[in-house]
Design a protein around this ligand. Sequence first.
Ligand code: ADP
Ligand code: MG
Length: 316
Amino acid sequence: MKNNHQKIAVVALGGNALLPENQQGTFAEQQANADAAAEVILGIVGSGYEVIIVHGNGPQVGQILAQNEESAHKIPMMPLDVCVAATQGTMGYMLSTALQRAIKESGIPKNTLSILTNVVVSQNDPAFQKPTKPIGGFFSREIAEEMAAEKGWQVVEDSGRGYRRVVPSPQPLSIMESEAIRELALAGNIVIACGGGGIPVALIDGQLIGLEAVIDKDLASSLLAAEIGADLYILLTGVDQVAVDYGQPNMRYLKKMKVSEAEKYLDEGHFPPGSMGPKIKAALDYIAAGGQEVLITSAEKLKEALEGESGTYIVA
Ligand code: ADP
Ligand code: MG
C-alpha cells in the first residue's frame, strides 16, 4: 500500500544510454555505463521518489541476435522473444549490481531487483502484417535475400547502411507483472522492469505464448507508468530538452508543454517517428490515462531538471 508521503517515478532509459553507438559493447564499457546510470537513478531517489527503471535494449538484443546468427550451424537459434528475455537478464544484472554498489556507497537504505516482465500484445495487431522495426546486424543484399528465403525474415534497406531484418512492433496492451512491480517499489526497492519494452506475449486459446516481436520501450514504459499510477514519468534520452524546429536555425527549446501544445507540435511534424515522436506519444498516452507529469531530459541534466532548471515538462 502507498502511504501519503510516497511518490513513484518511472524512468525510461534509452538503449543508447547503456551502450552508445561509438562503443564496442565490451563488458567493461557496459559496466561503466551502468555505473553512470546508477548515479543518475540515485539522484531521483534522493529527490524523494520510489523508482522503477525501464531500459531499452536495441543495441544489446542486436548483439545477442548476432551471436545466434554466427553460431547457428552449431547451436540452435533462439526465437526473438527469448533473446529479449535474455537482455532483461544481462542488462538487469549489470544495472542492479551497479545500483547495489552506488547504494552501498551512499548509505541509502534501499535494495534493488530486476523483474522478468511479460507484456501482452494482440496476435491480431496490424504490426504483425507489416514489420517496421530494424534489429540486429547489417547484411549485404545477397545474404539478406538468402535469410529471407531460408528463415522467412522480412528485410529492408536501412538508410544506406545495408540490409537489416525488420520485426513487428505491436502495441503493448497490458503488463502482466505491474501490480507486483508497484508493490515492490512501494516496499522500498529500486525495481528494474519491462526491459527492452518487455517480452511480447499473447493469450492464444487461453495459453500464454511468446511472439517474435519487439515492443517500443517508450510505449511500454508509458503503459507501466499509467498502470501503476506513477506520480512522475521520466524519459531520459540524448537531448537536454525537447525543441520545436529541431536542428533548424530557428530551433527553440521548450521548458514546459501543455498536452494541447504537444499535440499541436506533433501534428505539425516537430517530433519525428523514429526518435522524439514515440516519446511525445508515450507522454501523451500516460497523461491521457490519468498521469500528471512527464519530464524529458538527458542523464546529464536530470538533477537540474528535477529542480526545474532544465528539461522539458509535459503537464496535464
Ligand atoms: P532513445 O535511444 O533515447 O530512444 P532516440 O534517438 O530514439 O533516443 O530519440 C531521441 C533523439 O531524438 C534525440 O537525441 C534527438 O537527436 C532527436 N530529436 C528529434 N526531434 C527532436 C526534437 N524536436 N527535440 C529534441 N530532440 C529531437
Ligand atoms: Mg528511441
